[in-house]
Ligand binder design. Structure first.
Ligand code: KIV
Length: 275
């Protein structure tokens, strides 16, 4: 947390090379989702390293049951709003369902997110099947964050929002997918809802930063949906999240506590992780 706004503004913009340095130095990377300029500005001032314009917006902003109805226009719109409120954080925009079904379609979608939205990196879900697309994008100068484990765009195929990688064959596939995506040029990977021991192993094996959500404390950084960590998402809070606003004076204090706890390695605890 920065003592005042001028201190925050003195920070240099976050870059991919700095994120890699943080991994190498064992400094934890902080990430939260953001969908609008006001939250983006609060998160940026609090020193959050990376902001994810997640397609979770389909659920927490638009009120859908899944992320599937989100369009590329929706993500471009929210990315632009977040970019308008941000000076320092690295902005990662989600590629929504069916906006990257082929490498060529992915290029068009990613170009919109960067040119119209102001994103610095795009995120896409999937393992081996996305290797060609990751190579196609990264060779054309587009930084890519992969997303493995529980991939919400595949919720119907997965049969629900379940922990992934518990069986040996699934753990092996995840390890191989992560290595293949890195070899294809991926710059970062999000691991969602995987056993902590598997996430720790994958994190140690990769050079690119690994950001966990429900993947234990040994990842290089952590991400949460901002409305989950403020306790305002309707319904049951996911096991891997925590209400950082409980007992705090305001939203700024909750965000500062999240940043501090991720950096100190005190969040997530065992109770937020899976075995
Ligand atoms: O869409 C999203 O917010 C995400 C995070 C949960 C990682 O993909």
């Amino acid at each position: 947390m920065y003592a005042d706004k001028s201190q925050a503004q003195a920070r240099r913009p976050m870059t991919l090379s700095r994120l890699r340095e943080m991994k190498a130095a064992g400094e934890k990377i902080t990430m939260l989702t953001a969908y609008d300029a006001s939250f983006a500005s609060l998160l940026d001032e609090a020193g959050v390293d990376t902001l994810l314009i997640g397609d979770s917006l389909g659920m927490v902003i638009q009120g859908h049951d899944t992320t599937l109805p989100v369009s590329i226009d929706d993500v471009v719109y929210h990315t632009r709003a977040v970019a308008n409120g941000t000076h320092h954080a690295q902005l990662i925009a989600d590629m929504p369902f069916m906006s990257y079904a082929t490498p060529q379609q992915a290029l068009v979608s990613a170009a919109r997110l960067m040119q119209e939205g102001g994103a610095h990196m795009v995120k896409l879900e999937g393992g081996a099947v996305q290797v060609e697309t990751v190579r196609y994008l990264t060779e054309r100068g587009i930084p890519v964050c992969a997303h493995l484990g529980l991939t919400p765009q595949h919720v119907h195929k997965l049969g629900g929002y379940k922990v992934q990688g518990r069986e040996e064959h699934a753990a092996r596939a995840l390890r191989e997918d992560a290595a293949a995506l890195e070899a294809a040029g991926a710059d970062m990977v999000v691991l969602e809802c995987v056993p902590s021991a598997l996430a720790a192993e994958v994190t140690a094996a990769l050079d690119m930063p690994v950001i966990g959500i429900g993947a234990g404390v040994d990842c290089d950084g952590q991400v949460l949906v901002v409305y989950d960590m403020l306790g305002i998402t309707p319904g049951k809070r996911p096991k891997f999240s925590k209400d950082f606003l409980a007992g705090k004076a305001d939203v700024r204090a909750a965000i500062a506590d999240y940043v501090e706890q991720v950096r100190a390695g005190t969040f997530p605890g065992e109770e937020h992780a899976f075995s």
